[in-house]
Ligand binder design. Structure first.
Ligand SMILES: Cc1ncc(COP(=O)(O)O)c(C=O)c1O
Length: 388
């Protein structure tokens, strides 16, 4: 009696089971997977956040499918601060980036149409696509002096049903930004085939080794939907405030915005207090981002210090984002290794296959972890590797 698209295997995987048991018996745990910023000891301006939610204007209901103009102007201001020209008229507010995907997918795809997603990347796409009856095809990212898009494989993956290419800029978990030459190539591929680019930029501001990588928000070279939101930008995932931006050829943009507006009008899901608070929440991003970037850099430096004292494990280059990828000897599955690390050393990490790494031999650690905990966790992790 249920639709096949919801026939998910909901059984917990072996690692989640091991973690639940570990927690249930109260064993000590160093969790190197935490990516919830509200759980990582960052200082938030609590009074400012709560004050922003007390705007009396929230007492009346003035629905606007695209979202309140004051909030959209503030989002346009965020891009202006980065030197990118985005009009408030091209922005549609959503409750999350995931919801923004769910506006983009059915606007581009009929049931069974395809979108290309990067591999490795973050694991939510399969569910989003299942729910919208969209098929996903992977295009590989290759690591060779840093990560890059394998354009040959990407073009091979295109079929007559391909409606767009998803890019995550910077990608989670590889932490690499789309380069200018890659953007130009994506534009030429997509504009030639009536495909759109969907650019997920939730980590755009978290550049660790260079300043201000360009956003897709001002891209004019192909139909483009850019997604971002406050869950990462201001470290406020609980506020459920995000957006999509339509960009590209003016006619496509106008048509796309009309369609997004109908979807948004159907739900009107972003609540008034949060919309009114968006300008203030965006102002608060500076203090949050400074803390995250400083911590991520310190954790990377500590990771490199410890890695320099052994040879079995190395880390891949990371340009931005909230996590680091470790290369470990592939003497068993990443999942077995992660379970072993948990049971013998009380350290929790994500195995590479969670993110569809092409082979075993990869572990992910979050760079948001408080420094002393991170250092202890990495030391335990490295101590356990030579024994494999
Ligand atoms: C690449 C990427 N996009 C989107 C999201 C989800 O963002 P939101 O909370 O706005 O749905 C995440 C969450 O980790 C993510 O890693």
């Amino acid at each position: 009696m249920f639709a096949k698209r919801t026939n998910w295997n909901l059984a917990p995987n072996r690692l989640s089971e091991a973690l639940a048991t570990h927690r249930a018996v109260g064993k000590p745990l160093i969790d190197l997977t935490v990516s919830n910023p509200t759980d990582c000891g960052f200082e938030y301006d609590r009074a400012a956040i709560l004050d922003a939610l007390r705007n009396p204007a929230a007492l009346s209901y003035e629905p606007n499918p695209r979202g309140m103009e004051s909030a959209r102007r503030a989002v346009a201001g965020y891009y202006a601060d980065r030197g990118e020209n985005v009009s408030a008229e091209d922005i549609v507010l959503t409750t999350s980036t995931s919801q923004a995907y769910s506006y983009g997918f059915p606007t581009l795809c009929d049931p069974g149409d395809e979108l290309l997603i990067p591999s490795p990347s973050y694991p939510l796409f399969d569910f989003l696509a299942d729910i919208q009856d969209v098929s996903l095809a992977r295009y590989p990212l290759i690591y060779d002096l840093g990560w890059q898009i394998d354009f040959h494989a990407l073009e091979q993956a295109i079929t007559p049903r391909t409606r767009g290419v998803i890019v995550v800029n910077p990608n989670n978990p590889t932490g690499h930004f789309v380069k200018r030459a890659e953007l130009a190539k994506l534009n030429s591929i997509c504009s030639a085939r009536e495909m759109a680019i969907i650019a997920d930029e939730v980590f755009l501001d978290f550049a660790l080794d260079r300043d201000r990588p360009a956003s897709f928000a001002a891209n004019r070279g192909a139909p483009t939907i850019t997604l971002s939101g406050l869950s990462k930008i201001s470290g406020l995932p609980q506020m459920k405030a995000a957006w999509l931006i339509a960009g590209g050829p003016p006619e496509w943009k106008r048509e796309a915005l009309g369609r997004f507006e109908v979807i948004a009008d159907t739900y009107l899901s972003v609540n008034a207090p949060v919309q009114l608070a968006i300008p203030r929440f965006l102002e608060l991003r500076h203090a949050f981002q400074k803390q995250v970037i400083e911590r991520a850099r310190r954790n990377l430096a500590e990771l490199d210090r410890q890695l320099s004292m052994q040879e079995a494990v190395s880390r891949l280059r990371v340009e931005g984002g909230w996590c680091a990828v470790l290369r470990v000897p592939a003497t068993r599955s990443d999942e077995d290794l992660a379970i072993d690390l948990l049971s013998t050393h009380g350290v929790s990490v994500h195995p590479g296959h969670f993110y569809e790494f092409p082979s075993d031999g990869y572990l992910m650690v979050s760079l948001l972890i408080q420094e002393s905990e991170f250092s202890k966790g990495v030391a335990s992790l490295l101590a356990s590797i030579p024994g494999i």
